[in-house]
Design a binder for this molecule. Structure first.
Ligand SMILES: Cc1cc2nc3c(=O)[nH]c(=O)nc-3n(C[C@H](O)[C@H](O)[C@H](O)COP(=O)(O)OP(=O)(O)OC[C@H]3O[C@@H](n4cnc5c(N)ncnc54)[C@H](O)[C@@H]3O)c2cc1C
Length: 349
C-alpha cells in the first residue's frame, strides 16, 4: 500500500504572488522553514500582470495615506537593495486628471519587473504546485495534503476563499496593461489617466492599467474583450503624451484584490461559527472586544492591497515576520476581523 510522506514546515504560504513571495523571503531569511504553494505557478495571479510601480498615494490625507507613505519608503529601500536587478529607478510625474492641482515631480520612484521579482524572492524556497481546496488543522498543525506546518499564511488575492471567512469582503478589480514600442522618448514615469513608463527592457514602454470592477474571470459567462481594453489604454495614454509609431508587444491581465475600506489586511482569521456560538449577541449588534473572538489557530492572511500590492508587500511581510519571529503584535487596524461584527449583524437579517 502506498504511504504518503509528511513534509513538515514552520510555515506554509498559500499563494505565490508578490505577497506570498515577499512573506516567504522575510520568513526564510529569519530562519523559518517555509513552503510556498500555488495552484498555477509563481506570479500567476494579479502579481504577474502588474505594472508594479512603486509610488506613494498622492493627496487624500488620513490613516491610509500615512500607512502608504511608510510602505512606499520601505518598498523603495527593499526593491533597490534586495531586488536591484529587477528594479528600474526613475522619477515620476504625477498629473491630476482634471488639472485642478499642480503636477508633482517625484524624484524617487521605481518600476519593478513583477514576475522576475516574485521568482527571485522565492528562489531557494521549497515550492509546491498544489490547488489547496480546504486546509485543515489538527494535532496542532495545519495540513495541506502531504504538507504540514505550525503556521498557515494565506496570500491568495482575489481568488475564491479556502476557509469559511465570508465576512472578509474583497472586491476583484480587473486590470489590463500593455508593453509597447514607440519612437517617442519617454524619459520618466507619467501617472495621469494611465501610467506611461520606461521598463527594465530596453526600448519597451509600459502603458497601464485599466480598472474594471464588472469583469471577473471567475464568472464563467464572461469573456474579456482585449481589443477594447487596448483601445482604452491607448486613448488614455494619448491624453497625457502623444506616442508615435506604437507597436503593441504584449498584453498583461489580472485581478487586483481590494478591501472595502481600501486598507490592506494583515492578521488572524476569525472562526465565524465558533465566535457566533460564544457571542450570539453579536448578531444583535452588541459590541464585543475583538480579543474575545475565536480565531483559527496560527492562520494569518495578507490581502486587500488593491492597486498597491507591490508597494505594500515589503511592509506587510516585515510586520508578519516581526509577529512570528520577534513576537511583536500585529497592527489591529489592519486585522481582517474589523469586518466581522458588521457581517455578523447583517447575517441575522
Ligand atoms: C494590471 C495590474 C496592474 C497593477 N499595477 C500595480 C502597480 O503599479 N503597483 C502596485 O503596487 N500594484 C499594482 N497592482 C496590484 C498588485 O499586482 C496586487 O495588489 C498584487 O499582485 C496582489 O498580490 P497577491 O500576492 O496578494 O495576489 P496574487 O498575485 O493574485 O496571487 C495570488 C496567488 O494565489 C494563488 N492561489 C489562489 N488560490 C489558490 C489555491 N486555492 N491554492 C493554491 N494557490 C492559490 C494564485 O494562483 C495566485 O498565484 C496591479 C495589478 C494589476 C492586475
Amino acid at each position: 500500500m502506498p504511504t504518503s510522506k509528511i513534509l513538515p514546515y514552520d510555515v506554509i504560504i498559500i499563494g505565490a504572488g508578490i505577497n506570498g513571495c515577499t512573506a516567504a523571503y522575510y520568513l526564510s531569511q529569519a530562519g523559518l522553514n517555509v513552503a510556498i504553494v500555488d495552484k498555477t505557478g509563481i506570479a500567476a495571479g494579479g502579481s504577474g500582470a502588474a505594472g508594479a510601480f512603486i509610488s506613494p498615494k498622492f493627496h487624500k490625507q488620513g490613516p491610509l495615506k500615512e500607512l502608504m507613505d511608510e510602505a512606499y519608503a520601505e518598498a523603495m529601500t527593499f526593491y533597490s537593495t534586495v531586488l536591484a536587478s529587477q528594479t528600474l529607478l526613475k522619477p515620476l510625474l504625477h498629473i491630476s486628471q482634471d488639472d485642478s492641482e499642480e503636477p508633482i515631480y517625484l524624484e524617487h520612484s521605481a518600476i519593478v519587473d513583477a514576475r522576475s521579482a516574485c521568482e527571485s524572492l522565492a528562489h531557494g524556497i521549497d515550492f509546491y504546485l498544489l490547488d489547496v481546496q480546504s486546509p485543515t488543522y489538527h494535532d496542532n498543525q495545519w495540513h495541506c495534503e502531504d504538507l504540514q506546518s505550525t503556521y498557515l499564511v494565506l496570500t491568495i488575492g482575489a481568488y475564491p476563499k479556502i476557509l469559511p471567512i465570508d465576512y472578509v469582503g474583497l472586491r476583484g478589480i480587473w486590470g489590463h496593461r500593455i508593453d509597447v514600442t514607440t519612437s517617442t522618448d519617454v524619459p520618466h514615469i507619467y501617472h495621469q489617466f494611465v501610467s506611461i513608463s520606461p521598463t527594465m527592457k530596453e526600448g519597451v514602454i509600459a502603458i497601464g492599467a485599466t480598472h474594471d470592477v464588472h469583469y471577473s474571470p471567475f464568472d464563467s459567462s464572461a469573456t474579456y474583450d482585449i481589443e477594447s481594453g487596448r483601445t482604452l489604454l491607448l486613448e488614455n495614454a494619448a491624453k497625457t503624451l502623444k506616442l508615435n509609431n506604437i507597436i503593441i508587444l504584449k498584453d498583461y491581465m489580472g485581478l487586483r484584490s481590494g478591501s472595502n475600506d481600501y486598507m490592506p489586511m494583515l492578521g488572524s482569521l476569525v472562526d465565524t461559527e465558533a465566535t457566533l456560538a460564544l457571542h450570539p449577541h453579536l448578531q444583535h449588534g452588541k459590541a464585543v472586544d475583538p480579543k474575545e473572538f475565536v480565531y483559527y489557530p496560527k492562520a494569518i492572511m495578507i490581502n486587500g492591497s488593491g492597486g498597491y500590492g507591490f508597494v505594500l508587500a515589503p511592509y506587510l511581510a516585515k510586520r508578519l515576520k516581526e509577529y512570528l519571529v520577534d513576537e511583536i503584535a500585529m497592527d489591529e487596524t489592519l486585522s481582517p476581523s474589523r469586518y466581522f461584527p458588521r457581517w455578523a449583524k447583517r447575517k441575522k437579517g
